[in-house]
Design a protein around this ligand. Sequence first.
Ligand code: ATP
Ligand code: MG
Length: 506
Amino acid sequence: MLGMGIKIPKEIKHILGKLRTSGFEAFVVGGCVRDLLLGNEPADWDITTDAQPEETQKLFPNSFYENRFLTVTIQTGSKKDNLKEVEVTTFRSEAKYTDKRHPDEVKSAETIEEDLGRRDFTVNAMALQVQSSKIKDQNDQLRQSYSEASNARFKIIDPFNGQKDIATKIIRAVGNPEERFSEDALRMLRAVRFACQLDFAIESETFDAIKKNAAWLRAIAKERVRDELAKILMSDKAADGIELLKDSGLLKYIIGELEKGVGVTQNRHHIYTVYEHNLLSLKFAAQKKFNLEVRLASLLHDIAKPEVKGGDGPEATFYNHDFVGARFAARILERLKFSNETIDKVALLIRSHMFVYDVGVVTEAAIRRLLKRVGPQNMQDLIDLRVADRLGSGVPKAQPYRLRHFQYMVEKVQYDAVSVKMLKINGNEIMRILKIPPGPKIGAILDVLLAEVIEEPKKNEKKYLGKRIKELNEIDLSQLRQMAKERIEEKKEEEDLEIKGKYWVK
Ligand code: ATP
Ligand code: MG
């Protein structure tokens, strides 16, 4: 089976060939060998060699070497994202670890076996030797001969039985798991990540070592934890991943707040506990291939429910869980060093996730008000979140088709004005017509116009607005502000009441 169907891109063959004709050893290594054996396209290509970085650099003028980890990056000129830059790393062994984070020093190793021995899991600890029957010195000829797949032969260097673990779908630490996790505690989280991405099981000794030492994760930089978490969430098995994090004891050190929902029952609108529902919502968000922000929001949208729960049994309430939850989620994502953009987006989605969408109840004006509050660019994500939420509720009337109807209505109003920018009159025109200087009054007038146009889109018309601003000019500033506010907020409260009546969960 080995080597069957494996295709090595010509850029990679070129690099391997050049290193080897210069007298060095060179292998494709790590995650990309695993991906090749699984028949998947590697996310990136890594090469390992016994050439020192300076020697590699000399062979490849289009390369740079600017880290301490013996890695030279070669620019191949390829247009493919996963081939543009290829990393060539000198055989490494990692010597001493004192802080469960990173080696105190990075040392080059003598052999490929030594290099493979410092890698995390058996399935990631294989190397592929690509042999060509026609190795030539001339680069052009070389490129030519290597690009012919039939000339390539493969040898797999697999000292830790990674191929067997691939065949039986197992994530197993290389060597003693506890020792390996003490060197770098992130590996515990990577075990869960690979289990999710590959749909593999974690071997029992490896899993026990995670359970025993999960607290070591505290030593790890939050950025590294974040990146692994994002990969877990973006995998098809995202919800299983969170469950695995909980069972292994790692979740406490990532999003411990989720565990507060364990065993917390909801009310007559839900059959699942808060924790189960959060996970199920994520499961459906992953199944529907929603983006990272929506997946984060699905997982965290009810994070505040244990905190705000009122009463118990079928009539329990969760007032304000959306607003409080948005704050909790923002705090969690800040702690995990997500970007401000991601944090703001997820918080907005969670804050807004209780919007009314019932056929016959929701009006076009209500949809325009919602669009004004969340911004048209966030509407699809908000609907996606609600789809995941409803599917994850497990009640028979999850009825996501009603959301499709809502979506249709959103499309129907898409050209209606929902922001001041979309009004058929602007500040300059108002100043010219009313002969007034710049000042806060202009903005206040625009806000009132917008509130009125949101109620009745046909009022967004130059002649009408030109007349209306003359009437509004007679009203003083604080009253204008009040008018704009009342319109939007009065309606908002109406909506909230409807939700409370309908779901008992507002
Ligand atoms: P992907 O690129 O899909 O995220 P990968 O397996 O290629 O997965 P990388 O983080 O790119 O993972 O690392 C490449 C290889 O380097 C891994 O396959 C593994 O052999 C090794 N490696 C990466 N991180 C560690 C680590 N923390 N401890 C030990 N070995 C590691
Ligand atoms: Mg990789």
